[in-house]
Design a protein around this ligand. Structure first.
Ligand code: PRX
Length: 640
């Protein structure tokens, strides 16, 4: 794979990727093993979101992520698993061992009847078997759809239905810090409406008591059968370049979460290329991505990107502050981590825990630090740089999205300039533009605008599962001819980008994407709720917090704390704990225009505590509601 090692080389590569993308990506694709070459590098039409990459090629991504390395460097470590409890032994797998495990799980899935193109939902904790399950799906050509362990039964049911999934892989329970999550019973509840699932494969991990349904199959029993058959020396299924590799659900500004679809070849090329170049990976290095595989970062930079490069990837089961706030640094020291990739929320929370947790931890192996998922603030950036990196490690601030498949804007560690709190420059193949609200391209520098991409790239979203129209509407019609990120960005005089947060109704809470409409919809399911409005507000640790304004029936007769508790409980049932409002006030009216539209701008100001700069309220149907809301918010400072 081409590694860009100087700023000069970056400029050359970038220029070529924009002027002759076909040639550029054809060259990058040479580094992979293909069962059959492509007929055309890029075809299709960006405007209708129908681009295809490497059309006609045949491959299996695991040929490249596993088999190639199992042959060339069988004893190189592929996966190091660090358990939740530091006393539990680490589990490690070389490329040869990873290959055997993935083959076995692939065979288990085949035995269950999983076929190419079937959708397999994976709802598991961060254990090695989750990685095997993902790769086993890829190996047999089934489409994996991983669901984060923090989602509720209702969220799972919605996703199963939308994806038309035939199979689920889960485990009895997962552990995160001192919490236990009863995954299997959540799955049982998700299936309780009679969803026609074919099989549920259950890993008995913590040996907690579970119900057994007729469609349940025990992982260990099946594993033993397959092992006894010794039937695992099989190659991966031959796939077309554009066959879907996975579906991952993510929130938008409207409606239910949508299933972002990524296809095989383009995603493979992009994740491999970006991992190598952004982190400047050197053979033999250990990479620790702290993201959960339930999110895209875990897909692209815990599993696929590192493995495609033959790297060693660390997978951590737990949370940063368990048993104490030194856990990440202990893991870094224990496994001699070279490349460390985490989210600003984790950095802020560890920073606030105090520097003493870094003391006595040998962090000298660290070479590159990465940040992802939300804007990083100056203070957190500096702490990360000075205290964690001891001033010696470049920080890559990587901007991308579930829909982009991999990193889009970032410095290349130590190769292209870094600038605190700036994602900096686009990767080769990425053509960012800033558009004003009328859709006109802003060509000058020192400006802020709506961030779009003007050229297709190999790992761009292919469709939203089952509803291509929605994909078009969400990303390609706001500004015709461009892919719209939903983010605002500032471009400085040197052409470097700084992300400025979402410009739509999507929140970013602890690096997790949540749509305000989704939370409102959940709140509206609570008893007595008539209407609600949700906005984000700045939160010291989480980046953004969720602020809910709710109107209830008979609210004068009610016990406010008890209704607040009921509403929060409903949100947890409808979406999951990640969408819990941080603040929730019961109000008697919302600021609406005469045409009935809620003025969120006003609610955002109130949530931010900026009561003085609310602006004009004369267009409101009833301006007095604003005063009432301010009064309630000021009186009710307690977080929930
Ligand atoms: O708002 C941007 C923010 O996260 C959103 C994408 O969220 P998701 O699809 O969950 O993917 C997260 C992991 C890639 C973006 O629209 N975001 C992501 N990275 C950054 C960021 N905001 C600022 N700086 C970043 N580096």
């Amino acid at each position: 794979m081409m590694k860009i090692t100087s700023f000069q080389a970056y400029h050359v590569a970038y220029q070529k990727s924009i002027e002759s993308p076909d040639e550029f990506w054809e060259e990058m694709a040479q580094y992979f093993s293909w069962r059959q070459p492509w007929q055309e590098v890029l075809s299709g039409d960006f405007a209708s979101a129908r681009s295809e990459w490497f059309r006609g090629a045949k491959l299996n991504i695991t040929d490249n992520a596993i088999d190639r390395h199992a042959l060339a460097q069988p004893h190189q470590m592929a996966l190091i698993w660090e358990p939740n409890d530091p006393q539990t032994p680490t589990r490690s797998f070389t490329y040869l061992q990873l290959q055997q495990e993935v083959m076995k799980v692939a065979e288990m899935l085949r035995t269950l009847g999983v076929k190419k193109g079937d959708r397999v939902c994976i709802y598991m904790g961060m254990v090695p078997e989750l990685t095997f399950a993902v790769l086993a799906c890829a190996r047999i050509g089934a489409i994996h759809s991983v669901i984060f362990g923090g989602f509720s039964a209702k969220s799972i049911a919605d996703r199963l239905e939308d994806a038309g999934a035939q199979f689920i892989i889960t485990m009895d329970a997962a552990q995160r810090g001192n919490k236990m999550i009863p995954l299997k019973s959540v799955v049982d509840e998700a299936l309780s409406n009679g969803y026609p699932i074919q099989k549920v494969l259950v890993l008995d991990y913590l040996h907690t008591p579970c119900n057994h349904a007729h469609h349940d199959v025990d992982w260990k029993d099946l594993y033993q059968q397959v092992e006894a058959m010794n039937a695992y020396a099989t190659k991966g299924q031959e796939m077309d370049a554009e066959d879907p590799l996975f579906i991952l659900y993510t929130s938008g500004s409207t409606g239910k979460p949508k299933g972002v679809v990524h296809s095989t070849a383009g995603y493979m090329v992009w994740t491999a290329f970006t991992f190598l170049n952004v982190f400047q990976y050197q053979p033999g290095e250990v990479h620790f991505c702290t993201a959960d595989v339930g999110w895209v970062t875990g897909h692209s930079y815990l599993i696929y990107g590192p493995l495609l490069n033959g790297a060693t990837s660390v997978m951590f089961e737990g949370v940063p502050n368990y048993p104490d706030a030194g856990r990440f640094w202990e893991i870094v020291a224990k496994h001699k981590v070279n490349l460390f990739y985490t989210a600003p929320t984790a950095i802020r929370s560890l920073m606030s825990a105090g520097d003493e947790w870094l003391e006595g931890k040998d962090l000298s192996s660290l070479r590159v630090l990465g940040s992802v998922g939300e804007p990083i603030n100056q203070e957190a950036w500096q702490w990360y740089h000075d205290r964690v990196g001891k001033g010696n490690c470049p920080i890559v601030d990587t901007f991308w999205q579930t829909e982009t498949g991999g990193i889009m804007i970032s410095n290349l560690a130590g190769v292209t300039p870094q600038k605190p709190v700036f994602a900096t420059l686009p990767l080769p193949g990425v053509l960012p533009v800033l558009l004003d609200d009328q859709g006109m391209e802003i060509t000058e520098n020192n400006v802020t605008g709506n961030l779009c991409f003007a050229q297709p790239w190999p790992s761009m979203i292919r469709t939203t599962w089952g509803d291509h129209e929605r994909c078009l509407l969400n990303y390609f019609t706001t500004y015709p001819g461009y892919y719209f990120t939903g983010d605002g960005a500032y471009r400085d005089e040197e052409g470097m980008y700084r992300l400025a947060g979402r410009v739509d109704d999507v929140l970013n809470v602890s690096g997790h994407r949540i749509g305000t409409a989704e939370v409102e919809n959940a709140i509206n399911h609570a008893p007595q709720v008539i209407e609600s409005a949700v906005v984000g507000y700045p939160h010291d640790i989480k980046g953004q917090g969720i602020f809910a304004f709710v109107i209830c029936d008979h609210q004068h007769e009610m016990d406010i704390p008890s209704i607040q508790t009921k509403i929060v409980k409903t949100v947890v049932e409808q979406i999951g704990p990640i969408a819990k409002p941080d603040r929730l006030v019961i109000v008697s009216g919302l600021p609406k225009t005469r045409s009935g539209k809620i003025m969120r701008r006003i609610l955002r100001k109130i949530a931010e505590g900026e009561f003085e700069s609310i602006g004009d309220t004369t267009t409101l149907l009833d301006p007095s509601v604003v005063e009432e809301i301010i009064r309630i918010v000021t009186a009710n400072k307690v977080a929930h």
